[in-house]
Write a protein of this length. Structure first.
Length: 394
């Protein structure tokens, strides 16, 4: 990388995912400051990166399926500056013992599973009786939380095996809040998300990042690892780091636990393999957690191929060389994370952000929302009153 870029930059952003791209765009557009964005990958977009599959022509989500949804109007309005959204509403299904059920668990799932027509009141009463083993005690872990929400039979069918495959951890060892991500409904509403704003970006996710970063004051350099240039940073250059926090400190306080996903892609000799975008597999003896069929994320597009692309997802613990996907966040992890936070507080000019930098499972809208918030509370005040050599008016 041309080291002059570092000298000219007023801020360095490490990571061209949603957190880094949002901050870069805001700092360049609103403050007129010169931003250098680097990413060690050879593409922008972070884990939301998508590209066209050369065989089938469908848009592949390289790091796993991404579905945009948010209750946050500010984030929605902001993102609409860079993309339109389709009317896609996500629906998911789960296969259990060779039968297909709608997810998240709703009246259709409950009636089908118990083989009878139930009213919402009857369904509530049935689930309450099946959840009564907790005896009113507050759930202490994922298993207890799930049983409190759906009762033991539905838990054992749709949650226990899937969660064990996804986390390779006994559900009794996992935090209760993981399962709170999955709504349970006593209506026949079968949309996966409750959020008011939903859809897929009309031209794909990568196009959003191209537009966000297409500003004269933003330079983006790909294939550049921060740790290869860290020693050459100009004194006082502010750094936004969105990589893993434990890596930043060279793992001196220990490694944080992450899960990663291996996606086995396969082109199938049929235009439609499963009739839907995501099919979960609840049985523990099926080795993958789910199958994604990418073309179904874009039903509005013409699909001319007689083939379709699918991905089988296998979940496992991440080692250092793997892509960290989901923070496991055990109590031990939380203690380790706090030690890293103490260290970060002593690093002048360092701002840790995003999913990896804050060791938090953030959805896209949360990563964007956190960056918009950091812009207002940290970066706008930081640059206020400092001469702006790169400002259009300077
Ligand atoms: P990232 O996108 O991870 O970007 C961080 C960037 O930093 C990466 O590009 C990385 O290469 C770069 N980097 C790291 N270290 C260095 C270094 N040393 N030097 C240079 N660059 C570095 N969210 C949703 O809203 N809906 C979904 O359906 C959804 N599905 C998901 C499915 C999967 C499998 C995964 C893993 C995530 C999913 N998410 C989803 C979450 C979404 O991916 C995140 O919210 C989003 O990626 C967060 O953006 P970020 O900028 O914090 O991190
Ligand atoms: N889950 C489950 N069965 C399913 C889908 C999800 O038990 O068919 C559980 C699983 O523990 C998962 C959690 O619900 O981690 C949250 O689901 P979500 O779809 O948000 O999965 P993630 O984003 O973690 O892949």
């Amino acid at each position: 990388m041309d080291m002059n870029l570092l000298t000219k930059a007023e801020i360095l952003i490490v990571g061209a995912g949603f957190y880094g791209a949002t901050l870069a765009e805001r700092i360049a557009t609103r403050l007129g400051r010169r931003v250098l964005v680097i990413d060690r990958r050879r593409h922008i977009g972070g884990n939301a990166y998508t590209e066209q599959d050369p065989v089938t022509g469908v848009e592949v989500h390289r790091y796993g399926p991404h579905l945009f949804h948010t209750p946050n109007e500010e984030v929605w309005t902001y993102l609409n500056n860079f993309t339109g959204f389709t009317s896609y509403r996500h629906r998911a299904f789960s296969t259990f013992c060779d039968k297909v059920y709608p997810l998240p668990i709703n009246m259709a799932t409950i009636c089908q599973f118990f083989g009878r027509r139930l009213s919402p009141d009857e369904a509530r009463a049935l689930i309450a009786s099946q959840a009564s083993e907790l005896g009113g005690r507050a759930p202490a872990n994922l298993e207890e939380k799930a049983i409190s929400l759906v009762g033991r039979p539905l838990y054992e069918a749709f949650i226990r095996g899937y969660t064990a495959k996804q986390w390779q951890t006994d559900p009794r060892e996992l935090p209760a809040q993981i399962i709170a991500r999955l709504p349970v409904r006593y209506t026949f509403e079968d949309g996966y998300f409750n959020d008011r704003f939903q859809g897929q970006p009309v031209d794909g996710y990568t196009a959003i990042f191209e537009r966000m970063l297409a500003h004269d004051l933003i330079e983006t350099r790909l294939g550049v690892d921060f740790f290869d240039i860290k020693a050459s940073l100009p004194e006082g250059l502010p750094v936004v780091y969105t990589g893993p926090i434990d890596r930043y400190f060279d793992y001196c306080e220990g490694e944080l636990g992450w899960r990663t996903i291996d996606i086995d892609l396969e082109v199938m000799n049929t235009p439609d393999h499963q009739g839907t975008a995501i099919m979960n597999y609840a049985d523990e003896d099926v080795p993958y957690t789910r199958i994604v069929e990418f073309r179904h994320f874009n039903p509005e597009r013409q699909h001319n191929s007689d083939k379709t692309l699918i991905g089988r997802e296998f979940s496992r613990f991440a080692r250092r060389a793997d892509e960290p996907y989901y923070p496991i966040d055990t109590r031990g992890d939380q203690a380790t994370y706090r030690r890293y936070l103490d260290r970060a507080a002593n690093e002048r000019g360092l701002h840790l952000g995003g999913r990896l930098g804050t060791y938090r499972y953030l959805d896209m809208h949360q990563a964007i929302g956190a960056a918009l918030n950091a812009f207002e509370t940290v970066f706008a005040p930081h640059f206020a009153g400092r001469p702006a050599p790169s400002s259009p008016s300077a």
